[in-house]
Design a protein around this ligand. Structure first.
Ligand code: KIV
Ligand code: ZN
Length: 388
């Protein structure tokens, strides 16, 4: 298959890595609803679950495979035959099935998790890919904890699994350990040193333990990866995964990167609310792109600049991510310009002296109240009318 070199594939793992979070579990019907919305959002791959983990997860993969038609449906496995057999079975209705199999690649995982050796793990990785390839054409291999793996060993493993038939090679920073330049260099090294790398797509899968998941994913893309794995709202194990909405908007905002996805960013806000509600996981107000304050301007200096020209303080238009609208929030840090804007919105055109007078009383009120609403403004104006 020929790939456009500038196209980035978006792999959504909200229903697998995201759903692993305690308290975020979903029923099969809920997962189907979310999968349909992800399809409408335009993600390329939906990781629907880890079928061997429970009968419920198995059924979810079966039903999602029936419910969506455009995206690839992917099922996670460990590197063993039983997991792969169950995953193959769960994907039997998928129009475009993918098996996602893999094993630990760092010495920490090799020794402390598998009590094994590099050679033995390499052999298990290759066997898993070869076995899965007999049933499904599209095989993604994950080298777990690649962020902490020895780079030469990692390169050897990646070359061997591509030779065994892997179509996508996932280089997870499972523990969110890497700095962006370290992670970017890893991807560059693989691109330059794995002989058959042009036969597979490199995927980035970054966790957010140090708050670097998005930065690391971008560094990976800048160095040759062309698939990004993440979740909506960045939910996922521990501190979470890369936020898909952040990566997509970074690529849109920084056209100089010359990379694009086929995701419809206008669906982000709605998608984010859906995930937050269904998974009972509130979105922090200051979350980039979809947080309730992402387009709220509250200090006097910013409000004044924004009201003069929104470009002063807006690098993304709220409508581009489906956000209802930008807002000018009135607090004790607001200036006259913001107060005037809201009073005029409510139909009150005031002379400068009147505005100065109301502004003083507004500040006294705002110091004692967290935010000022329309009723408060109406009361401030009414007081002026009564007084005069
Ligand atoms: O973080 C990780 O390494 C994973 C793999 C299973 C892909 O989620
Ligand atoms: Zn993960």
């Amino acid at each position: 298959m020929i790939h456009d070199p500038n196209r980035v594939y978006v792999f959504d793992t909200t229903l697998r890595d995201g759903e692993q979070v305690p308290g975020c579990q979903l029923t099969t019907p809920e997962k189907i609803d979310i999968a349909r919305e992800l399809e409408a959002l335009g993600v390329d791959i939906i990781e629907a679950g880890f079928p061997v983990s429970s009968p419920g997860d198995f059924m979810s993969v079966v039903e999602i495979s029936k419910a969506v038609k455009d995206p690839i449906v992917c099922a996670l496995t460990r590197a063993n035959k039983m997991d792969i057999d169950v995953a193959v079975e769960s994907l039997k209705y998928a129009k475009r099935p993918r098996i996602h199999t893999g094993i630990g690649a760092s010495d920490t995982h090799i020794k402390l998790k598998f009590n094994s050796t590099r050679d033995e793990i390499l052999e298990r990785a290759v066997s898993a890919v070869s076995y899965a390839k007999k049933s499904v054409e599209d095989i993604e291999f994950y080298a777990e904890d690649a962020g902490r793996a020895d780079i030469e060993y990692l390169a050897k493993m990646i070359e061997a699994v591509i030779a065994a038939g892997a179509t996508v090679v996932n280089i997870p920073d499972t523990n969110g350990y890497c700095l962006p330049d370290q992670y970017g260099s890893k991807i560059k090294y693989l691109k330059e040193n794995v002989k058959n790398i042009d036969k597979a797509i490199i995927s980035v899968h970054c966790h957010n333990d140090l708050g670097l998941a998005t930065a690391n994913s971008i560094a990976g893309l800048q160095n040759g990866a062309r698939q990004i794995e993440g979740t909506i709202n960045g939910i996922g194990e521990r501190a979470g995964n890369t936020s898909i909405e952040e990566v997509v908007m970074i690529l849109k905002t920084h056209q100089s990167l010359n990379l694009y996805t086929q995701v419809n960013s206008r669906n982000f806000y709605e998608m984010s609310r859906m995930i937050s509600t269904q998974m009972r996981m509130p979105v922090q107000p200051n979350k980039a792109i979809v947080g309730s304050n992402a387009f709220a301007h509250s200090s006097g200096i910013h409000q004044d600049g924004f009201l003069k020209n929104r470009e002063n303080y807006e690098i993304i238009r709220p409508e581009d991510v489906g956000f209802p609208s930008a807002s000018i929030v009135l607090t004790a840090r607001s200036g006259r310009h913001a107060l005037k804007f809201h009073l005029e919105r409510l139909g009150h055109k005031l002379e400068k002296t009147e505005l100065d007078e109301i502004y003083k009383r507004f500040l006294t009120l705002a110091d004692s109240k967290l935010d000022i609403n329309d009723d408060d403004l109406t009361a401030l104006v009414a007081y002026r009318l009564v007084k005069n």
